[in-house]
Write a protein that binds this ligand. Structure first.
Ligand code: OSB
Ligand code: MG
Length: 371
């Protein structure tokens, strides 16, 4: 398939979040991301780069992604006579690191291929089913009482699985308050690397709350200490930041660094690698679920397709549009069904229509490149 574009458009967008999102590494009031638009002869493809404005979650930012895209990822698109998605996988393009920048181009190529072939992204990646199970990721609140109120609102809206962000000093008290208010709610926590192995006792104290998992308690570049920690806990560990490839996922499961995989195409360098990591989970009998990065509708559509693969047996961090944004850059709005699911787009490619009026309103910077 010839996916050589005639023009590529990059946009830096900034969208106000409906409520601030606080994690162990900081608070976000706005979501920044880079959008990639490939335009060919009668086709188009969109991709979202999930790197944020600061290097709190990973070293990538919107600025590093812009640089890597402009100087290294876009030029080969114009040069290659026949460029395909496979060419953008992992290290095949000779670019170390920068998975989120690579994943954005890959997403745009998948979207383009879907449009050209008249197939949904779900069909292209091998997913199935009309809906995927979802939950909501709740940021750190001012105090445990407020947290319980915020969780209660999401439970009222229909979310049947809740993830709480934790950090040292805001762990046991927060979890205990929510657990008392909701004894049967499927609940999990995410530390975003805020703990050290020496603090294992704090995490052991969470065992009594029957959590589905503890996500990424230790360093982002660690597997070995996580395997030590897992042996000290009843609660399953899940890795997010530490998994940058399907190989990492296999290593983590092989050494017992976790029992569950959080898969994000951005962190893994693209949908192809995410599918490969999913296959690792299936082969080794580990449940996987789709993580989120507060995506716009473009990235959310991609996550829905990915989360419909058979190994995704736990609810995704993938909430309705109105959990994140008043207005989105696509015309569709994702809504929560009463059974805590969201419908997977069925139209070709990502299956979304960009709302250019709204997109222009939130665009901070735009550049167009052509051959
Ligand atoms: O660790 O899963 C995370 C958002 C930004 C950066 C890291 C994380 C998150 C989330 C949000 O938890 C999940 C969502 O998009 O709903
Ligand atoms: Mg996480």
């Amino acid at each position: 398939m010839n996916l050589r574009p005639e023009a590529v458009e990059l946009r830096l967008v900034e969208m106000p979040l409906r409520s601030p999102f606080e994690t162990s590494f900081g608070v976000e009031h706005h979501r920044q991301c880079v959008l990639v638009r490939l335009r060919g002869d009668g086709w188009e493809g969109w991709g979202e780069c999930v790197a944020g404005s600061s290097p709190g979650y990973s070293y990538e930012t919107t600025s590093t992604a812009w640089h890597i895209l402009v100087d290294f990822l876009l030029p080969p698109l114009f040069r290659e006579p026949r460029i395909g998605i496979e060419r953008y996988r992992a290290r095949d393009i000779g670019i170390r690191g920068h998975p989120m920048a690579r994943a954005a181009v890959e997403m745009a190529l998948w979207d383009a291929e879907g449009h050209i072939e008249g197939k949904s992204l779900q069909a292209l990646v091998g997913g199935s089913g009309a809906r995927v199970s979802v939950g909501v990721s709740v940021g750190i609140q001012a105090n445990p009482e407020t947290l319980v109120e915020v969780v209660a609102r999401y439970v009222d809206e229909g979310y049947r699985r809740v993830k709480l962000k934790i950090k040292p000093g805001r762990d046991r008290g927060d979890v205990q308050a929510v657990r008392r208010a909701f004894p049967d709610l499927p609940l999990q926590v995410d530390a975003n690397s805020a703990y050290r192995l020496e603090e294992a006792a704090t995490l052991q104290a969470l065992d009594e709350f029957g959590l589905l998992m503890i996500e990424q308690p230790l360093d982002d570049d660690d597997l070995v200490d996580h395997s030590r920690l897992q042996r000290m806990l009843k609660t399953p560990l899940c890795l997010d930041e530490s998994l940058l490839s399907a190989r990492h996922a296999r290593h983590a499961l092989e050494i017992g660094a976790c029992r569950i995989l959080n898969l994000k195409a951005g962190r893994l360098g693209g949908l192809s690698e995410a599918v490969a990591a999913h296959d690792v989970g299936l082969a080794l009998g580990a449940p996987v679920w789709c993580g989120g990065m507060l995506e716009t509708g473009i990235g959310r559509a991609s996550n829905l397709a990915l989360a419909s693969l058979p190994g995704f047996t736990l609810p995704a961090d993938l909430s309705a549009t109105d959990r994140y944004y008043e207005r989105d850059v696509i015309r569709q709005r994702f809504v929560l069904n009463p059974d805590s699911t969201i419908d997977v787009p069925t139209e070709p490619g990502l299956g979304v229509d960009v709302d250019f009026g709204e997109l222009d309103r939130v665009t901070v910077k735009k550049e167009v490149f052509s051959s």
